[in-house]
Design a protein around this ligand. Structure first.
Ligand code: FAD
Ligand code: SF4
Ligand code: SF4
Length: 480
């Protein structure tokens, strides 16, 4: 199976097989299949083994990409897995859902002219091979330590921190208000991007490696942050951002106008086999409905693609800028278009129309004016351009902001930035409260899974340094 490298001139870039749109619409399964070993080796062999690998520099985890590509090309998959897992708690998850076009692959030097190496798909292949071969084992630290860390939030940031803390031997306790572990990996991101078995498999592995999960436990209600600080030697806050951005316009009070997260969570819970009243009653089910999704980010893409799978009569995405200026990934837009979603570019909603229940959306045409301070062209209304579209279910997908955590945790000293994210020292990941650290969306605002994993890793290092210094101090004082 051994392959020569630098084959990008003779071997074309090929992603793993993508299921046809007609087949995809019949279920919620992932849309890409995995590589066969020959395909993965061949694609990995396209890497030119750059002296300065830009792919690595643009991976938030600084993954050792060229080396694991070389090992894959040579068929040395166990070593490739060890290398991938050395920097990443969830390589198979990043391989599936990182926006590689903006990160590693978009910065691969052969991207221009030949098409970048399919780094994400190879990372996924390596890790799925490792799971199938039994190479993925629960953490077994060389030495158990007495000190324990309380982690608030079981999303990727909290779980990555738990993994790294266990690797260092600390006792890790994860508290989550939900009934399952995974955060947005489980209840936000739809199955067709990330099947839930993949997330649950990781949660099981962490539990087998000694991470203790406390589900249905909301910090600030069931237990206070002060109590956790008493209970543990350090605390990490990794609660994500969930306050949806809303807007009000005529007709906003009509029925069947919902928020993206309640819609996606209901769909994911149904997929997990839960009873979901609002879905079973039809309120959050798009079947047979004209659906209009308002927003142009990745959450909006997840909503439109969920709606087509639920059997909506029509699905439109209304966005006030154009295709080139939308925040969502182009890859996701392409998938959505293949699946029959209609994009209404340069259009902003003006009113929801209907008696009791929404029946139509009235919208205005927009054009792009001069760039704003951030460099994005500002949308402006085209006069007398109003038009209507049928709508039985409107989904608002305009993004999320942090909740007021100092108030929710009754800790006014927990400093926040002007965006409401927790203020930390980025060198140590420490907040202003002694022994309290933070990671993930709650420090960055809505971001990416790979950044949450990076923060979790950095926070574990910060906590290790803090606890090691504390122990050394105590030992010194005891000796004096
Ligand atoms: P979260 O994943 O939000 O986890 C936070 C956890 O904290 C949750 O489980 C929550 O229940 C818990 N929690 C909150 N408050 C409390 C409390 N008081 N007490 C106890 N527990 C609490 N990123 C990508 O890279 N690729 C994608 O394709 C992608 N798709 C996305 C699709 C959607 C619909 C959304 C909304 C986001 C998507 N993202 C994607 C972004 C990504 O999911 C987040 O950046 C990432 O999950 C942030 O991780 P986190 O651990 O900081 O927070
Ligand atoms: Fe690329 Fe994401 Fe993997 Fe980094 S973690 S190599 S950015 S797919
Ligand atoms: Fe290989 Fe591309 Fe990375 Fe260069 S930038 S090492 S070609 S994957």
């Amino acid at each position: 199976m051994a392959q020569d490298l630098l084959k990008f001139v003779s071997v074309e870039r090929e992603t793993p097989d993508k299921r046809l749109a007609a087949e995809r619409l019949g279920d919620f399964g992932e849309i890409y299949r995995n590589y066969l070993p020959e395909g993965a080796a061949e694609q990995a062999s396209r890497c030119s083994q750059c002296g300065i690998p830009f792919c690595q520099a643009h991976c938030p985890l600084y993954n050792n990409i060229p080396d694991w590509l070389m090992l894959t090309a040579e068929g040395r998959l166990e070593e490739a897995y060890e290398l991938a897992a050395a920097t990443n708690t969830f390589p198979e998850i990043c391989g599936r859902i990182c926006p590689q076009d903006r990160l590693c692959e978009g910065n691969c030097v052969i991207e221009k002219g030949f098409g970048g190496v399919t780094i994400g798909a190879v990372e996924n292949f390596i890790t799925e091979t490792a799971f199938a071969a039994g190479w993925v084992k629960p953490v077994r630290p060389r030495r158990e330590r007495e000190e324990s860390v309380g982690i608030v939030g079981g999303g990727p940031a909290g779980l990555a921190a738990a993994d790294w803390l266990r690797r260092k031997g600390y006792q890790a306790h994860v508290y989550d208000r939900y009934d399952r572990i995974g955060g947005l990996l489980l209840y936000g991101i739809p199955n067709f991007k990330l099947e839930k078995d993949t997330v649950e498999r990781r949660a099981r592995l962490l539990a087998e490696g000694g991470v203790v999960f406390h589900t249905d436990c909301e910090v600030g209600r069931g237990v206070s942050l002060a109590e956790l600080r008493e209970r543990h030697d350090a605390v990490l806050v990794a609660t994500g951002v969930y306050k949806f951005r809303d807007f009000s316009m005529p007709g906003s009070g009509l029925k069947n106008i919902v928020q993206a997260m309640e819609y996606l969570t209901a769909s994911n819970r149904k997929g997990l086999g839960d009873r979901v009243e609002a879905f079973d009653s039809g309120a959050l089910d798009a079947r047979g409905k004209h659906v209009v999704v308002i927003g142009g980010g990745d959450t909006a893409m997840d909503c439109v693609r969920t709606a087509v799978r639920q059997g909506a009569k029509s699905v439109k995405c209304l966005y006030r800028r154009d295709r080139a200026n939308m925040p969502g990934s182009m890859r996701e837009v392409t998938h959505a278009e293949e699946e029959g979603v209609e994009f209404v570019w340069l259009a902003a909603p003006e009113a929801f129309l209907g008696d009791d229940v929404v029946r139509e959306v009235r919208a205005l045409r927009m054009r792009l004016g001069v760039p704003d301070a951030g460099g994005r062209r500002t949308p402006q209304v085209v006069p007398d351009s109003s038009f209507k579209m049928p709508c039985d279910l409107a989904i608002k997908a305009l993004g999320f902001d942090p909740e007021d955590l100092p108030a929710a945790f009754d800790e006014p000293e927990l400093g926040v930035t002007r965006w409401g994210t927790l203020k930390i020292n980025y060198k140590t990941m420490a907040t202003k409260l002694g022994g309290v650290f933070a990671a993930g969306d709650i420090i960055r605002g809505a971001s990416l899974v790979v950044w949450a994993i990076r923060d979790g890793r950095d926070a574990a290092d910060g906590i290790d340094a803090y606890l090691s210094a504390k122990i050394a101090d105590e030992a010194e004082r005891a000796a004096a």
